[in-house]
Design a protein around this ligand. Structure first.
Ligand SMILES: [Zn+2]
Ligand SMILES: [Zn+2]
Length: 251
């Protein structure tokens, strides 16, 4: 399994794209698709027309907006440029079907795709894509919004992705004994937010879950001014990686 960070920042950030991750197993899977991550996806050399599954944690714009550009391009490619592509399955939390139905009915050029498009709502039940197991788990982020973290297992390795999350029991469970935990490190410990983890809490989750390595991501601009590795390291004694765009980690 290989993780490539397409974006380690948030909506508006001077140097980082927003949330997006490429996970390669026997499948090529995208986790979230925030602004500027499509540009980084192109830089990886992966053929964007071969991506079959996109998993969304939630639909805050910083996790979603490049999907619009991506899908419009797929429509042009298949309708007017003679291109073909495999079916696309979009997976996300409660509300996914309603959300995309409204979007596709509203955005010009989004109806009647020449390829199959499936929308799937998931919550706390494992499923498989080929030989890859995906375990979604509900995490606590903002009020009245269903947000998911995802655990991806393949070839005896496990990667856990928090999505956006506060500290919560479900997040610790999601990360339990994972080889790699990729966590929402929006803020430094000294500047906490009620709806995101801070660096100290990332370390705490990693310690409680007993993960192999901790990858910090989803940085707000202010967070780059602090030593988040040191803050996470106060609780967690394992390997801590400060995420960067286009960083690639093999599990
Ligand atoms: Zn969010
Ligand atoms: Zn976010």
């Amino acid at each position: 399994m290989r993780l490539t960070i397409l974006g380690s920042g948030t909506n508006i950030h001077p140097t980082r794209a927003a949330s997006g991750y490429l996970v390669r197993t026997d499948q090529t899977i995208l986790l979230d698709f925030g602004p500027r991550t499509l540009t980084n996806l192109l830089k990886t050399g992966v053929n964007r027309h071969r991506i079959t599954h996109i998993l969304f944690s939630h639909y805050h714009a910083d996790h979603f907006s490049d999907f619009i550009t991506y899908f419009f391009d797929a429509m042009i490619f298949t309708k007017y440029q003679g291109g073909t592509r495999p079916p696309l399955t979009v997976i996300g939390p409660r509300g996914t079907k309603k959300f995309f139905r409204a979007l596709f009915a509203t955005l010009p050029g989004f109806t009647h795709a020449p390829f199959a498009v499936h929308f799937k709502e998931v919550a706390d039940r494992a499923f498989t894509i080929g030989k890859t197991t995906v375990i979604p788990r509900t995490v606590t982020h903002t009020e009245n919004l269903h947000c998911l973290g995802y655990r991806i297992e393949y070839g005896g390795k496990a990667l856990a992705y928090s999505g956006d999350s506060q500290y919560c029991d479900n997040l610790v469970r999601l990360c339990g004994d994972a080889d790699l935990a990729l966590l929402d490190c929006s803020f430094p410990a000294s500047r906490p937010s009620p709806v995101h983890l801070h660096a100290g809490q990332c370390g705490q989750v990693a310690k409680e879950a007993g993960v192999g390595q901790l990858v910090l991501s989803h940085f707000y601009p202010i967070t780059d001014r602090y030593n988040v590795r040191e803050q996470a390291g106060e609780a967690f004694g394992g390997t801590i990686v400060v995420g960067q765009d286009l960083m690639s980690i093999k599990l």
